[in-house]
Design a protein around this ligand. Structure first.
Ligand code: GLN
Length: 452
């Protein structure tokens, strides 16, 4: 049924960049047989899933939607993929994304853009627009995304899906092609909060292959959803996440939801996070610095595509230069140049050093907030889905999409977006965001289950 729907509509949506019909159907058949035998199966066995194209899948294309990885077949599975395979979820295919997860619209992909199923002329968010669109279009009930600055949550908000960035370290990054390692985190994209909890329980847990992986048991997230109740909980409304830049309809639906939570028994307080104002600027220094280091490995020598120079001698240096020149797109190059610059001698302290200090201030703001409240609530994206092409020539306008999502990555805390209705202006979905202290993912799910 999934493939029939994909065949009928993905020509318009373009959520997938590769499909694995044979593999997915083989797993589905295996689950059928095991079920007839009465075998003990994982509760999600047989549930089809889509995976963002920056998680390595053994023997299957994994491109990060970049020409530089064209034709590369990974020799191993990411830890999350291994867990999906062990639990027998059919992996339907790999989804479209901004190249190397850099963007907020899925327009910076070498395969061309994904279209928002709600309005095909609009963006599905990014960088994980493919995973969000695949769930939103009912191609698959589950998908995986990665969130460095909002790439699971902002696509979730603009496509009316649930998107979760777990606590940093809660899900192994082994086999996730790194963008900015201190910020990257894999998480679920689903239609309901309970589905997200089930998927996070499956993919979470300690992994000795990821040195930043938390060595503690996976929290009972499904239980938190079932027990959802706000009695005794205090929620903080972030003062900085409103006003200029936020659509009036986004603000209206946000306020309406907060009111609902108050009626459901939560105590609501306003919380001041003065450093949030500088979070975006700090992110756009720290992230490119890490990008420039992580992407140094794509050189045309070790793996992936190799391009030779158009003229002159063919040496290791000229092959590396030609490969990076032809293999990377403009947005990736912009960040490589920025990142190399901010790390260079003479500029390091002024840019990278200052940004790291701001990161500490953001963490302190959040520590202070969480000393008073159990969870924070704020809009996910300041606007609904904009038109394709509207911001492609204006990087600053594109970066503004991340204003409310970035603080959670800088602080490593869990955050999720879930739909709370449609804008009265354009009829497009609006997302609501819940953040909790690090390792308190269960509290976040508890609040989200009531919002839903
Ligand atoms: N929009 C952010 C960026 O372009 C999000 C990236 C991400 O979360 N992968 O950097």
């Amino acid at each position: 049924a999934c493939f029939a729907r994909i065949d009928a509509f993905d020509g318009d949506v373009r959520a997938f960049v590769s499909l694995d019909r044979e593999g997915a159907l083989a797993t589905a058949r295996e689950v059928d047989e095991a079920r007839t035998r009465g075998a003990d199966l994982h509760p999600l066995a047989g549930v089809p899933i889509a995976v963002k194209d920056n998680m390595v899948t053994r023997g299957q294309d994994t491109t990060c939607c970049s020409r530089i990885l064209a034709g590369w077949k990974p020799p191993y599975d990411a830890t999350v993929i291994r867990k999906l395979k062990d639990a027998k979820l059919p992996i339907v295919g790999k989804t479209n994304m901004d190249e190397f997860a850099m963007g907020s619209s899925t327009e910076h992909s070498c395969y061309g853009p994904t279209h928002n199923p709600w309005d095909l002329d609009r963006i599905p968010g990014g960088s994980g627009g493919g995973s969000a669109a695949a769930v939103s279009a009912f191609f698959v009930p589950l998908a995986l995304g990665s969130d460095t600055g909002g790439s699971i949550r902002q696509p979730g908000a603009v496509t009316g899906t649930v998107g979760v960035k777990p606590t940093y370290g809660a899900v192994s990054r082994y086999g996730l092609i790194a963008m900015a390692s201190s910020l990257d985190q894999i998480g679920p994209v689903t239609r309901t909060v309970a589905d997200a909890a089930a998927l996070q329980e499956l993919i979470g847990g300690h992994d000795s292959f990821d040195s930043t992986s938390l060595d503690e048991p996976v929290p009972a997230l499904g239980q938190a959803v079932e027990d959802a109740d706000l009695a005794g909980l205090t929620l903080g409304v972030v003062k900085q996440a409103s006003g200029e830049g936020f659509d009036p309809e986004v603000t209206r639906l946000f306020a309406q939801t907060v009111e609902r939570l108050r009626e459901a028994g939560a105590t609501v307080e306003e919380v001041d996070c003065p450093s949030f104002e500088y979070a975006l600027a700090a992110y756009y220094l720290i992230m490119p610095a890490e990008v420039s280091s992580n992407l140094a490995r794509f050189d045309g020598i070790r793996y992936g595509a190799r391009f030779e120079p158009d003229e002159g001698p063919v040496t290791a240096e000229t092959v590396m230069a030609a490969t990076r020149e032809k293999g990377f797109g403009d947005e990736v190059k912009r960040r490589l140049i920025l990142g190399t610059h901010v790390l260079s001698a003479g500029y390091y302290d002024a840019y990278y050093g200052s940004a790291q200090k701001v990161r500490t201030l953001v963490q302190r703001d959040l520590d202070n907030a969480f000393a008073r409240v159990d969870a924070l609530v704020l809009p996910t994206s300041p606007t609904t889905a904009f038109k394709l092409g509207e911001r492609t020539d204006d990087p600053m306008a594109m970066y503004m999409c991340d204003i409310a999502t970035i603080p959670a990555n800088l602080a490593g805390i869990p955050a999720m977006s879930l739909p709370v209705g449609c804008s009265g202006e354009d009829g497009l979905p609006v997302g609501f965001q819940v953040m909790a202290p690090a390792r308190q993912d269960a509290t976040m799910y508890r609040v989200a289950a009531v919002v839903e």
